[in-house]
Design a protein around this ligand. Structure first.
Ligand code: MG
Length: 254
């Protein structure tokens, strides 16, 4: 095949989210709400937050429609007797606190900028991310100074559809002006990334990252891969350092 474009998943493909501490993050959000006069017991807040999150995930898994992250905050406060519109300043501030804690926890491999630089000379590059909070992706890419390597950054929070929906993949291919047969998708989720891309005939590379951690550490996105081990990618690699080799292999195939 002739590869013209390489599309990347964001969380745990380009960016490592392992250091994210959900409890510490929620405590910060909780403290911020308290400072703004919204005082609720932390344990209740935390329990309801995860209930709300899981309910949203279930719905999203069915419909593949994206949801606004601010809704998580308003829905968490509701059973605690506090009704706020998501446009409320205190809600928006809580969302920002969450976002900051998330971004501060992210890490990249030291070799990533150089790898992207190399790839960008040969291929069109895109990020295709399931993230209800689009800002989180833009800000993270900027933080690591790697946004400049991408010709398109497509995020479910902006598009309204999540992987494995074909709609979000098609947006990316459109933005890069390439056909599915000219693109390779690189991701760590067998269902969202690999199966999603394969449905359109995009070649796939699964990043297995040694031992896959449990989905509970995932943050805004979390797509639970039920029942699939690998999604049958065209190539599987342990980490992105092996990507050039994998792409060379794919380009030799018909
Ligand atoms: Mg991922």
């Amino acid at each position: 095949m002739t590869i013209k474009a390489v599309l990347f998943d964001f969380g745990d493909t380009l960016i490592n989210t392992e250091k994210f501490d959900y409890d510490a993050c929620l405590r910060k959000v909780h403290q911020n709400l308290a400072r703004n006069g919204i005082a609720v017991p932390y344990n209740d807040f935390k329990r309801i937050y995860f209930d709300v999150r899981d309910r949203f995930y279930e719905k999203t898994a069915e419909t593949l429609e994206e949801q606004d992250f601010a809704d998580r905050v308003t829905e968490t406060l509701k059973p605690l007797g506090i009704e706020l519109p998501k446009s409320d300043k205190r809600v928006q501030e809580a969302v920002e606190v969450f976002l900051d804690a998330f971004i501060n926890s992210l890490r990249i491999e030291a070799y990533l900028p150089q790898l992207l630089e190399q790839l960008s000379k040969k291929y069109k590059l895109a990020v295709v991310s399931n993230m209800s909070f689009a800002k989180a992706v833009f800000r993270s890419l900027k933080k690591f100074d790697i946004a400049k390597y991408f010709d398109a950054i497509i995020i479910s929070g902006n598009v309204g559809w999540r992987k494995p929906s074909s709609k979000i993949f098609l947006k990316a291919l459109d933005a890069l002006n390439v056909k599915p047969s000219q693109a390779v998708f690189v991701g760590d989720s067998p269902k969202a990334d690999i199966e999603g891309a394969k449905t359109l005939g995009i070649k796939t590379v699964l990043v297995t990252q040694k031992e896959k951690k449990t989905p509970s550490t995932d943050t805004f996105q979390l797509y639970i891969d039920k029942g699939t081990q690998s999604g049958n990618p065209d190539k599987a690699i342990m980490e992105l350092a092996q990507l050039l080799e994998a792409l060379n292999c794919l380009s030799k195939q018909s």
